[in-house]
Ligand binder design. Structure first.
Ligand code: ADP
Ligand code: MG
Length: 238
């Protein structure tokens, strides 16, 4: 479970077309990174997959079911953003379990899920702390933990590390790679950082103002960039 397919997906904001007919099949368990310059449509594309933006034309399938018109809650996906908006008055454990509590999951089950996520993210010692008493990296871990407890089919990340300092970004990049190895879930990860893309991705989708410039493994893009835009973006000396 966890394949995601975009079929001729377009996005129009009024008369401006920002996504220009995207066809893309993401396989179950794949780590796919969307890269491209600011304003090229990465977030819009991710938000359409997550259901936070309507798809103007085309369709979206998850596990071979058409979910184009399904609300976010019916898609089985979870989104992690750069601004991690934790509830300041709740503890780490309560923040992580919040969505399950709202969904009426029994407390014993919530505790089980929260403890399992805390184990993966090494948050065990911090479960009773409040967000203000955590470092930036720990807060980002809690944000990811909130997603894990919901047992999503796929994770959608929109530049989750861009608010962190350089050293912490490297550390969290490693954590996210490990998370993917552990959970083996489909992940779509948006970044404008080439290094993040090259180190995390099974496949990279290079976006160039609303269309796909190239899709391939990091190695394919590096060794055989389709055009100058990709070459310059990936930084290979073509
Ligand atoms: P990226 O995430 O790659 O930086 P975005 O997906 O945020 O790019 O934006 C793609 C384009 O769509 C930009 O030109 C942006 O100005 C435009 N855009 C994004 N959201 C809206 C909106 N709600 N209304 C109008 N234009 C938007
Ligand atoms: Mg963006």
């Amino acid at each position: 479970m966890g394949s995601i397919e975009l079929k001729s997906v377009e996005k129009w904001f009024g008369t401006a077309q920002v996504i220009k007919g995207i066809d893309l099949k993401i396989e179950e368990g794949e780590f796919v990174v969307f890269v491209g310059p600011s304003g090229c449509g990465k977030s819009t594309l991710l938000r359409m997959i997550g259901g936070l933006e309507d798809i103007s034309r085309g369709s979206l399938e998850i596990n071979a079911n058409d979910v184009t018109d399904h609300p976010p809650s019916k898609r089985g996906l979870t989104m992690v953003f750069q601004s991690y908006a934790l509830y300041p008055h709740l503890t780490v454990a309560e923040n992580m379990g919040f969505s399950l509590k709202v969904a009426g999951v029994p407390k014993a089950e919530i505790d089980k899920q929260v403890n399992a996520a805390a184990e993966i993210l090494k948050l065990g010692p911090f479960l009773e702390r409040r967000p203000k008493d955590l470092s930036g990296g720990q807060r980002q871990r809690v944000a990811i933990g909130r997603s894990i407890v919901r047992d999503p089919t796929a994770f959608l990340f929109d530049e989750p590390l861009s608010n962190l300092d350089a050293a912490l970004r490297v550390e969290m990049r490693y954590e996210i790679a490990k998370l993917h190895q552990n959970l083996k879930r489909t992940m779509i990860y948006v970044t404008h950082d080439q290094v993040e893309a090259m180190t995390l991705a099974d496949r990279i989708v290079v976006l160039e103002y609303g269309h796909i410039a190239q899709v391939g493994t990091p190695r394919e893009l590096y060794e055989r960039p389709a055009n100058l835009f990709v070459a310059q973006f990936i930084g290979s000396p073509k």
